[in-house]
Design a protein around this ligand. Structure first.
Ligand SMILES: Nc1ncnc2c1ncn2[C@@H]1O[C@H](COP(=O)(O)OP(=O)(O)OP(=O)(O)O)[C@@H](O)[C@H]1O
Length: 137
């Protein structure tokens, strides 16, 4: 097996952060420009609201609910594209591995936030200050 010749840790720094910022911003902008006009009114309202919140650094939380097949995942992926195209970080998570596959760059919440499997009243996410995850968050 060939061995790596470069110290990638030095070159890339935080690999998780580097991955987040390595998206093709122009391609994503094009995708948003193409797909945004096709969103329905409800999807557009949520998209605009979330992106405004991001731009204003408001730190809002939103709960999006609809019947199955009404376009939540489609909307979430377009929001993720909008955030990535602005060279910002977006962490897409779902509670199951199968659901996470539908999200662009999706992870399970347990893997992304290091949530313990057995959760107790005083459980905390297992992220240490020196972890790459810490810097990413
Ligand atoms: N605005 C839209 N333009 C084009 N296609 C769309 C739009 N909204 C949804 N779709 C398509 O409709 C289908 C269902 O959407 P989606 O999977 O996002 O729904 P969902 O609400 O997440 O469903 P579920 O709750 O069952 O997971 C997908 O094929 C998606 O690409």
């Amino acid at each position: 097996m060939p061995t790596p010749q470069l110290n990638w840790a030095v070159r890339v720094g935080n690999q998780l952060l580097a991955e987040q910022l390595a998206y093709d911003h122009r391609e994503l902008q094009q995708m948003v420009g193409q797909d945004y006009p096709n969103l329905n009114e409800g999807q557009k309202r949520i998209y605009d609201e979330v992106l405004e919140s991001m731009n204003g650094q408001r730190g809002d939380a939103y709960f999006v609910h609809s019947a199955g097949g009404c376009g939540k995942m489609h909307l979430f992926n377009l929001i993720a594209a909008g955030v990535h195209s602005a060279e910002k970080v977006v962490l897409c998570v779902a509670s199951s591995g199968i659901a996470s596959l539908l999200l662009s760059g999706g992870w399970t919440a347990h893997a992304q936030f290091k949530i313990p499997i057995q959760v107790h009243e005083d459980s905390t996410c297992n992220i240490k200050k020196e972890d790459q995850h810490h810097q990413l968050l």
